[in-house]
Write a protein that binds this ligand. Structure first.
Ligand SMILES: [Zn+2]
Length: 113
């Protein structure tokens, strides 16, 4: 009688870029102000921010007089960042949790995970 062996699941190691995307989806972007950027607003003032992890760009328009935000920010995402499968936050958090656990950046409680 042949015996069936069970192999351990193969986990592909995530690239640095994939890890950055995961981290930003779960913890949100880590913005750094980089200046006016390559766009000019029709009115108000524009500031460009770049995520220090994934490179996403964010353009904020606001009034320097009142501080009021003028419309929603505009984003430019790096290739591969957009989620074409529309996963929910629980799915992203699970992926991220597995990633940080595999890198020994988290610990389980005494009762288990
Ligand atoms: Zn980011």
């Amino acid at each position: 009688m042949a015996t069936k062996t069970r192999s351990a699941p193969v986990r592909r190691r995530r690239s640095t870029v994939e890890t950055a995307f995961l981290t930003c989806r779960v913890l949100r972007h880590a913005w750094d102000v980089i200046g006016g950027g390559d766009r000019r607003p029709e009115f108000g003032t524009m500031t460009c921010l770049r995520c220090i992890r994934c490179g996403t760009l964010r353009y904020d328009r606001y009034s320097r007089i009142t501080g009021e935000r003028l419309g929603p920010p505009a984003y430019v995402w790096p290739d591969g960042y957009r989620d074409s499968e529309l996963h929910d936050m629980a799915w992203w958090r699970h992926q991220w949790a597995e990633d940080v656990y595999a890198k020994r950046l988290s610990v389980d409680g005494l009762d288990g995970p």
